[in-house]
Every structure is written in structure tokens, then in C-alpha cells.
Write a protein that binds this ligand. Structure first.
Ligand code: ATP
Length: 235
């Protein structure tokens, strides 16, 4: 499977944030999306998720040579600021999510098994989500995406609020989860990108570009990424 972006453009007033982007992502890989502050990473995710209107372009999935438009159910999106229904308890939220996605969820587990996967303590499972910490809300968002197993998983800085132990566990989960799907992961943490991601993609001056690792060692690769991020506009 491939996820194909064709001629995506997006501007806010006079500012052209995404400039005629065409890019193909392959399944089975985690892509690290790097870019300076304000480069347009969140805008790119919001466009793919159809949260904002694009000015032009299309998003396609290629499954065994058959291309089709990406549908809402193909996408899982974990935001850096987690949004969960605060009026539900953790357990109610998971139950509700599983019920409405019953048909598309393959292998189902007991609710408490899911909580255990995320190390959410028994005494927290029946508390309202409004009383969860930022990191716990993030875990719940990750969890519903792990349960849903979408074709395309967009992660906008998802690990930054997790404690080191959970972040490590989450990395393991993502490595397992990447089989048969595409994960695009935005982060400002270079070590995390290098550790977790199979490809590094840079969003700079409104376009996407892969940084080729070739035979570089980690330090040289880092230097190359930083040089690419610093690059001046070519106008
Ligand atoms: N709704 C909006 N209206 C106007 N401008 C916007 C809007 N959303 C984003 N922008 C602008 O688009 C540009 C890209 O923003 P975006 O949030 O996508 O960047 P980012 O790469 O995610 O940044 P960061 O790494 O700082 O989170 C910025 O200049 C931002 O000010």
C-alpha cells in the first residue's frame, strides 16, 4: 500500500504554507516529519485529515495498484493537544469507541487489557477524562488509534508529554503497529526521529523532501538534517 499526496497546496491569506506538494509514502514505514516552527507540519496533517479546506490537491491510497481517495476511516490522527470527550470516564470512552467501530475492529480484547497496555491504573479507569493528566489523555488517544488500526496514522508530537517509561513502550507499540500501514510522525526531537523512524522527511519552504541516510553515521546524518532545515529560501 502507498499513500500518495498529489499537488497539495494550502495558503492562509497571503502566506503559502504548502506549495504544490507531491509525495508518496510506503506502508510498513514510520516517517519522521521534521520542520522548523511554523513550517506547516500541523497544517499538513489537518489538510490530510480534512479538518481544514485545501486549496488544491488530492490524497490517494494505492492498494495493489488500485488507487482510491483516502476516506475518513483510513486515518487516525493523534494531536499534540489531546482532545477526548471530557464528560466520559476512560472506560466509557473506550466502550463507546469500540461499539461505534465494531465492524472495522479486527481482533478485540477486554477493555481492561487495553488499559493495561497503556499502564493506566485500575483506579483511574472509571474516572472522568476531564480529570486525566495531559499525558494520560494522550495515552487514551494513542490507544483508540491502536485499537482502530487505521491505514494511515498521523502523529503530531504525541510522545512529548509521556513519561520516559511510557514513551519507550509507545515506541515499541508503534514499531509493531507499522506493519501494513503508514505512520507519519512529527517531532522536534531529533533523537526520537532517528531512533523510531525509517525515513526522515523535511518540510521546508512548503515542500517535502526525504533526507537520504545513504551510508552516513548518526552524527553526519544529524548534521545533514540540520543543514536541510536551515537552508535559506531559494527564491
Ligand atoms: N488557521 C490559521 N490561520 C492563519 N494562519 C495559520 C493558521 N494555521 C496555521 N497558520 C500559519 O501557517 C504556518 C504553519 O503553521 P503550522 O502550525 O502548520 O506549523 P508547524 O510546522 O506545525 O509549527 P510548530 O512546529 O511550531 O508546531 C504558520 O505560519 C502559522 O502561523
Amino acid at each position: 500500500m502507498q499513500f500518495i499526496i498529489e499537488h497539495l497546496s494550502k495558503r492562509f491569506d497571503k502566506k503559502e504554507v504548502l506549495k504544490d506538494i507531491s509525495f508518496t509514502f510506503d506502508s510498513g514505514k514510520i516517517y519522521g516529519l521534521l520542520g522548523r516552527n511554523g513550517a506547516g507540519k500541523t497544517t499538513l496533517f489537518n489538510c490530510v485529515n480534512r479538518d481544514i479546506k485545501v486549496d488544491g490537491g488530492s490524497f490517494l491510497l494505492d492498494e495493489a495498484g488500485q488507487k482510491r481517495e483516502v476516506k475518513a476511516e483510513d486515518i487516525g490522527y493523534v494531536l499534540s493537544t489531546p482532545t477526548v470527550p471530557e464528560f466520559l470516564t476512560g472506560r466509557e470512552f473506550l466502550k463507546f469507541f469500540i461499539e461505534i467501530n465494531e465492524k472495522s475492529i479486527g481482533e478485540r480484547r477486554e477493555i481492561d487489557e487495553y488499559f493495561e497496555m497503556m499502564n493506566i491504573a485500575p483506579e483511574d479507569r472509571d474516572r472522568l477524562l476531564k480529570d486525566y493528566s495531559h499525558g494520560m489523555k494522550n495515552k487514551m488517544q494513542m490507544l483508540i488509534n491502536i485499537i482502530a488500526q487505521p491505514n494511515l496514522l498521523l502523529l503530531d508530537e504525541p510522545l512529548t508529554s509521556l513519561d520516559v517509561v511510557v514513551a519507550e513502550e509507545m515506541k515499541q507499540l508503534l514499531r509493531k503497529l507499522k506493519q501494513g500501514r503508514i505512520i507519519i510522525f512529527s517531532t522536534h526531537i531529533m533523537e526520537l526521529a532517528l531512533d523510531l523512524c525509517d525515513e526522515i522527511v523535511i518540510l521546508n519552504h512548503g515542500t517535502l523532501e526525504v533526507v537520504d541516510k545513504a551510508n552516513l553515521d548518526n552524527q553526519d546524518f544529524k548534521d545533514k538534517i540540520i543543514a536541510a532545515l536551515k537552508e535559506e529560501d531559494h527564491v
